[in-house]
Design a protein around this ligand. Structure first.
Ligand SMILES: [Zn+2]
Ligand SMILES: [Zn+2]
Length: 329
């Protein structure tokens, strides 16, 4: 089934109508993992039919407000909905103090009715945060104005080989042996003849990789973590007209994001974390594509399926304003 990414918010700093701060859901075999939780994330989940009660793991990149100010509302909603199952949060350590302060102020015994397990992130090297049957999730250090900030890399595990049904019938293979054959065992016929595993099974598909890098200055220190990923979401807060601002504030331009994608040999690039100062987003694409052709503009509400070969539905060719986006003074 592979990895799919639903964008809930891809704007930086201040929200605009229909352009919300950072939040997205990564689905692995339909299990949702939330990355960042900007203001308005709960409403966005309702709008785009994300089943928030199924989320058990939340990853916060850093503590600028546009990446976590929606979290307290979500944690309270879980309490109001009588959530019982554990919730894991992976984030910079000070977030735990913030959550505790919020809890102490509003809840008499300062605990949620569900177990909240906090995992402080480390931004010095690549670190394993989560390991499941199908997926490993790592944090990777980003360079963002000296604030503790990490990206996240999702790596699918190679699935077991698939049993060929025709071979089960052909050799009358007992059900009890099938699991072992999927793991690589050969099969021995009653006359002692060995049927090799390669004849009995087919290989599973190539595991997929997704990397999330928001927010970060242009830095080639990221390249080792991003090599050959299938999809890279890389911030592109600015266009080249504000390259100095990007440098000063620890952000990247669209062209810089594309350069990272090209140097890391990724398959596709999704741009996001657009500055509120831009209304038409098409120039982000125009500036990025010469450096990396497989660049796409992330759109709020869209779901990006890594397995899908044809992404023409995500292509934007004309001036692009998010629907109902109002221009600010
Ligand atoms: Zn941000
Ligand atoms: Zn930031």
């Amino acid at each position: 089934m592979g990895l799919k990414i639903t964008i809930l918010g891809n704007n930086s700093a201040r929200p605009l109508l229909q352009r919300h701060p950072a939040a997205q859901v990564v689905y692995c075999n339909d299990e949702p993992f939330l990355i960042d939780c900007g203001e308005g994330t709960q409403v966005q989940m309702l709008r785009y039919r994300v089943k928030s009660w199924r989320i058990n793991h939340i990853f916060i990149s850093h503590l600028h407000g546009d990446h976590y100010l929606g979290l307290m509302g979500l944690l309270d909603t879980y309490a109001l909905s009588d959530r019982q199952h554990p919730l894991h949060i992976y984030a910079p350590a000070p977030l735990q103090t913030i959550i505790q302060a919020h809890l102490s102020a509003v809840i008499p015994d300062a605990t949620y009715p569900y177990p909240l397990i906090f995992h402080p992130t480390d931004n010095t090297e690549k670190k394993l945060l989560y390991e499941g049957n199908h997926l490993s999730i790592y944090s990777v250090p980003l360079v963002h104005n000296k604030i503790h900030c990490t990206g996240f890399v999702f790596e699918e595990k190679k699935a077991a080989r698939k049993m060929r049904k025709d071979k089960i019938e052909e050799y009358q293979i007992p059900f009890i042996l099938i699991d072992g054959i999927k793991k690589g065992n050969h099969f021995e016929l009653p006359d002692g003849k060995i049927i090799p595993n390669e004849e009995l099974t087919t290989d599973s598909r190539i595991p997929q990789k997704y990397a999330y890098c928001s927010d970060t200055a242009y830095t080639e220190s990221l390249l080792p973590y991003l090599q050959n990923v299938d999809l890279l979401y890389h911030e592109s807060t600015y266009l080249n007209d504000k390259i100095q601002q990007a440098q000063q504030r620890g952000h990247s331009t669209a062209e810089q994001a594309a350069t990272i994608a090209q140097k890391a040999n990724v398959k596709r690039l999704l741009l996001g974390h657009y500055s509120t100062s831009y209304y038409d987003l098409l120039p982000f694409l125009t500036e990025a594509r010469p450096a990396f052709a497989q660049t796409y503009l992330s759109q709020e509400g869209a779901t990006y399926d890594i397995s899908q070969a044809d992404w023409s539905e995500h292509e934007i060719k004309t001036e692009y304003f998010q629907p109902q986006c109002s221009k600010q003074d």
